[in-house]
Write a protein that binds this ligand. Structure first.
Ligand SMILES: [Zn+2]
Length: 131
């Protein structure tokens, strides 16, 4: 019983910091490289050579991010910006629907995640009545 009443903690500033850095990198990639994104992803072994190698960051799949971009770049750009706003507003890492903390592992896979897994699924199924 000793730890029963401890609430699930929101992320600390130290925990948020790498996500913020990552989101800013995403924005930079979106802004600077969007034109060439499709070619870069679809032809990974181009002999022009990579521009910035594997230096993107630990534990996050840039390639998956890029693949997502091709389909949804505007939506993701919007989400990345919204995530940065949530960081500034102190609400980063909370589900927009239920306000529960989003598991950090989920944020590592998708730093701009807006929902917990449950509500993300509902959102994608069109069952969530939100913006
Ligand atoms: Zn939720």
């Amino acid at each position: 019983m000793t730890q029963k009443s401890i609430p699930v903690a929101t992320l600390t500033k130290a925990q948020i910091k790498p996500f913020k850095k990552l989101l800013i990198q995403y924005l930079q990639h979106l802004g600077v490289k969007l034109e060439n994104m499709e070619e870069a992803v679809l032809r990974p072994d181009t002999d022009n050579g990579p521009e910035d190698g594997d230096d993107f960051g630990a534990g996050v799949g840039l390639r998956e991010f890029q693949l997502g971009l091709i389909e949804n770049e505007n939506e993701i750009l919007h989400e990345v910006r919204a995530a940065l706003k949530r960081i500034d507003g102190g609400a980063y890492g909370l589900c927009l629907h239920c306000n529960e903390p989003i598991p950090i592992g989920r944020l590592e896979a998708r730093p701009y995640a807006r929902f917990c897994l449950e509500h993300q699924l509902q959102y994608e199924l069109g069952q969530l009545d939100i913006d």
